[in-house]
Design a protein around this ligand. Sequence first.
Ligand code: ADP
Length: 487
Amino acid sequence: MAKVPLKILMVASEAAPFAKTGGLADVIGSLPPALRALGHDVRLVMPWYRGVGKVTGNLRPSQRKLLVPMGGRVYQLSFRTGQMDQLPVYFIDAPEYYDRPELYGEDGIDYPDNAERFGLLSRAALELARLLDFAPDVIHAHDWQTGLVPVYLRHQLWRDPFFAATGSLFSIHNLGYQGVFPRATARKLGLEQSLIHPDGLEYHKQISLLKAGIRFADQVNTVSPTYCREIQTPEHGIGMDGLLRSRGERLHGLLNGLDGELWSPAKDPALVQSYSVNDMSGKALCKHALQQELGLELNAETPIVVMVTRLDSQKGIELVLESWDRILTRQLQLVILGTGNPDYERRLAEAATFYLGQAKVLLRFDDALSRRIYAGSDLFLMPSRYEPCGLGQLIALRYGSVPLVHATGGLADTIHDPQQEADHSNGFVFDEYRQENLLKGLDRALSSYAKPEEWQKLVHRGMTQNMSWESAAKGYVKLYRLCTNQG
Ligand code: ADP
């Protein structure tokens, strides 16, 4: 018997193309359309940040007010309705909280009221579902920002017949961001005192909104099988491994896909010349254009090694800084596009000044430039300390830039080294997080680059690999059915 389509309410703090700081936005920009293509009714709720209107055009605020009770206050909000690939996107309009220059903070400092900002998003999403008379089979919440969705559902609305059949899935895109706030915040979020204990939301005498999601959702998943195993160990569990182990069979690892329409060198308007696996001549032009744009020495032979990344300790920036001079004694050019930790920004910019014409550090968030870098590069470096899934390496594969990665989390699941898996290798992997290992991996990659036939095989395999969202979306549907007991 064919299974009935599901009604899915997705709640997230960012989604491409409306607002993006990292991979979460890519996932939220791709998973809902993939679910819709499978026949499900999906709707997305996210904040109306300052920059969203530039993408959507001016959407009018709703006439109907959304009344959101939270922490003894009733917030009177509007919402705006937009679209993503024909599915409705509801933007919560609360200028007091979302009309700011950035999503989460400025100059490396989080906004002090982030708990209220995202608690409100979580609570508002539930009220909006009711206002729209959209009773979801499942609410899918993502990361600490929406970790309170399952708590509000289970502890405040459990008697509400509207939500009687609603289950919840909580996805961990990064365990490193735990949404930790002072205990006193609980009151403003409308959380009962009875929830604030070690078996509830309490985390080292404070409260954690990530823990809330993990603890109270019907099912929990993270974004790769290896990361799913890793976070259940004390080494990678950041204090939550016990709780994660206790969720047992309700904790799953599901690899992200990559949107082949949004990320395709054959259709990317940001490139000077498109290319595909059947005709790679455009890639050489992209490389030349990149060298020209960045003021690198113009040389078709020299391999360009790049990083496109948040500048965060998670991403292995320390290892790159430590290895800087040794990397640059090799015959290569190095390009880093990133923003984040001001200390890393300063150190990287300074390190680049010693290698004019060979190394370039670009400290900004620039989607079009990132695409020119993926396309113009030969090697994509991703030495993350830990990596839940990672999209950078998947985009690189698609653009024919061969990844060199640390064997962790989703990087270990998606990149296969010729030394281990000769027949389906697509990149280079180094084991322990150490300078010597990174350099050995780099040398293996460079010696392969020097053998064009061998190199082209790697490039070809990466570019033709199936990473569609369709199979990931099918995996999510299975989890949704578990949440609704239709598994
Ligand atoms: P994370 O979500 O941890 O930041 P991912 O590899 O999953 O890492 O996703 C990173 C996404 O953000 C990719 O789409 C990458 O191209 C993009 N990105 C990261 N830094 C920049 C930047 N400075 N400019 C443009 N895009 C960036």
